[in-house]
Design a protein. Structure first.
Length: 542
């Protein structure tokens, strides 16, 4: 069977190949593309021919430029720093509280066993996470390390932590975490990125990381001085032979086949920098205009001025005149009479800078930037003066969806792997019983993380709504407490302790106070008359 020669336009070039039936290709000889966005003949799109690369090829070469620019903006631009801080406050907040939820059904256990297991594990976790026992450097607790990891992901695109085994007499835990800047994760000199090396990550044929090449010192430390280990790398296996992680690499990978992350500001770097230039030049122009009140000018040239002094420009009188004029400074103040030299006149300075469009223009640019950062403009600027209650609630709900999603990502790829390392250690140390732990690692390691609460716009209305949801079985106490950053079991235990103390002090319980209704005077008298122990009028005693 004969085949027809087909011609396909790809990236603006004509590429021929043998095939079967002839089909209408994008921008082929039958006319323009069926999709307007694929047109190569329209004036608006004719020069738009981006390269179609893989997730790694599109990013790895640009990271060396994107990362320093993102850090520079975070250091020197208040809005950029506000965006990172707003995300950190809402996603990380006061930290993550562990709620172990082992899959007792898969383990053949009971619910009571799961509750007891969770209580024991939680107590050890607090000792591990709320102190500096978890940090190899001994300077941060788990919340501090979490903030470092999150900020690294925002500024650098990813974060790296080494899981180390460092027994010490000051702590019962040997598991330590060393959080480092992802700049140290890089391809060693003498090797190049290829099929089995991607940005310092050595991968197998399926793309799974097997080794992480860690530079022994940060490349930026070379500016401090020449260090002996500045050009040395150490390969760290991704995990031990029995499956214990040795490297925790946290990155938001958007595309399949992508192994390194990109800074959070990547999509809006250009807008941020242009806005920064515009703001600087506008402020400088305003300052200059504020400093200039008037100009002193003369319509006379040097020859005409010399005529005032006998026509000789070399005369001592003319030279003295020029010297005094150059040294003279006009002081403008209210009600002042300003003397001037012969031939001079004063012209008021009228600024021509269109300052009236500055605010709306900057706000419009910031709206585009806030959309690219997934942070509402009001949160970005911390300004809620232009929205009402309904608008504020809708805005905060939309923002909260994003924050909750990012929080789930951070706990899945950072907090839970750390918890698995910790749990493995206390199981092997005999602090908690977990038979066949390595065979059922996932079932034992199941957990939930409770983050900071989202707060209330109108506490009374939202509390009533929560009560209604629970009464109609649309939610649970666990869900409502978790939404406000609290553990439901701790809430109930505290409530029980408070009720016991109130009963001990003979104080009315909260529900008793709520059930009491105000009585008018007549009802109060009737209630008093019918009280036990008091005879009614006309009774036997009368």
């Amino acid at each position: 069977m004969s085949t027809a020669k087909q011609i396909v336009r790809r990236r603006g070039d004509l590429v021929s190949f043998d095939g079967g039936q002839t089909f209408r290709a994008a921008a082929g000889w039958y006319g323009d593309a069926a999709h307007m966005g694929a047109s190569v003949t329209s004036r608006e799109l004719a020069g738009w021919n981006p390269v179609s690369g893989s997730g790694d090829s599109d990013l790895l070469g640009d990271r060396t430029v994107l990362v320093p620019r993102a850090r520079d903006l975070d250091r020197n631009h208040g809005i950029a720093q506000s965006a990172r801080q707003t995300k950190s406050d809402n996603i990380v907040g006061l930290g993550f509280r562990l709620s172990p939820t082992p899959d007792y059904r898969a383990l053949g256990k009971t619910k009571e066993w799961a509750i007891e297991f969770a209580q024991v594990v939680r107590s050890y976790w607090r000792e591990f996470s709320e102190t500096t026992n978890c940090d190899a450097a001994g300077t941060h607790n788990f919340l501090g390390l979490t903030r470092q990891v999150f900020n690294g992901c925002m500024l650098n695109g990813d974060a790296v932590a080494l899981a180390m085994w460092l027994p010490s007499g000051s702590s019962r835990f040997a598991t330590k975490l060393q959080v480092m800047e992802s700049d140290r994760l890089s391809t060693p000199i003498g090797r190049i990125d290829g099929s089995h090396m991607r940005g310092g990550i050595e991968i197998d044929d399926l793309g799974k990381p097997t080794k992480y090449w860690i530079r022994k010192t940060h490349p930026g430390d070379a500016y401090i001085g020449i260090l002996p280990d500045a050009m040395q790398w150490e390969p760290v296996p991704a995990e031990t032979p029995w499956g214990r992680k040795r490297v925790i690499h946290v990155a938001d990978l958007d595309r399949a086949g992508q192994h390194r992350g990109k800074p959070d500001l990547s999509a809006v770097l250009a807008q941020f920098k242009m806005l920064d230039h515009y703001q600087r030049t506008t402020v400088q122009a305003a300052v200059v205009q504020a400093m200039i009140a008037a100009f002193i000018e003369t319509p006379m040239d040097s020859t005409a001025l010399a005529q005032l002094f006998g026509g000789d420009i070399n005369s001592e009188e003319f030279k003295t005149y020029l010297t005094r004029k150059n040294e003279y400074r006009v002081k403008l103040q209210g009600g002042a009479v300003v003397p001037m030299f012969p031939g001079d006149k004063m012209t008021a300075f009228t600024p021509s800078q269109p300052t009236g469009v500055y605010g709306p223009f900057v706000e419009n640019v910031l709206r585009h930037i806030s959309a690219g950062l997934d942070v509402p403009l009001e949160l970005l600027l911390k300004d809620f003066s232009k929205i009402n209650y309904s608008g504020a609630r809708s805005m905060l709900l939309e923002a909260w969806r994003f924050f909750v999603g990012r929080r789930k990502w951070l706990t899945d790829f950072w907090a839970t792997p750390v918890y698995e390392l910790f749990l493995e250690e206390i199981v092997n140390a005999g602090l908690v019983e977990a038979p066949d732990f390595y065979e059922h690692r996932f079932a034992y390691s199941c957990c939930k993380w409770i983050g900071s609460g989202k707060g209330w716009v109108d506490p009374q209305k939202e509390a009533q709504a929560a009560e209604t949801r629970m009464r109609n079985y649309l939610t649970t106490l666990e869900d409502e407490c978790a939404e406000q950053g609290r553990d439901w079991e701790e809430v109930l235990e505290q409530r029980a302790a408070e009720r016991a103390k109130m009963a001990e002090l003979n104080l009315p319980l909260p529900e008793v106070l709520e059930s009491r209704q105000p009585l008018d005077l007549q009802e109060a008298e009737t209630a008093d008359d019918e009280a036990p122990g008091k005879a009614a009028p006309g009774g036997p005693d009368e």
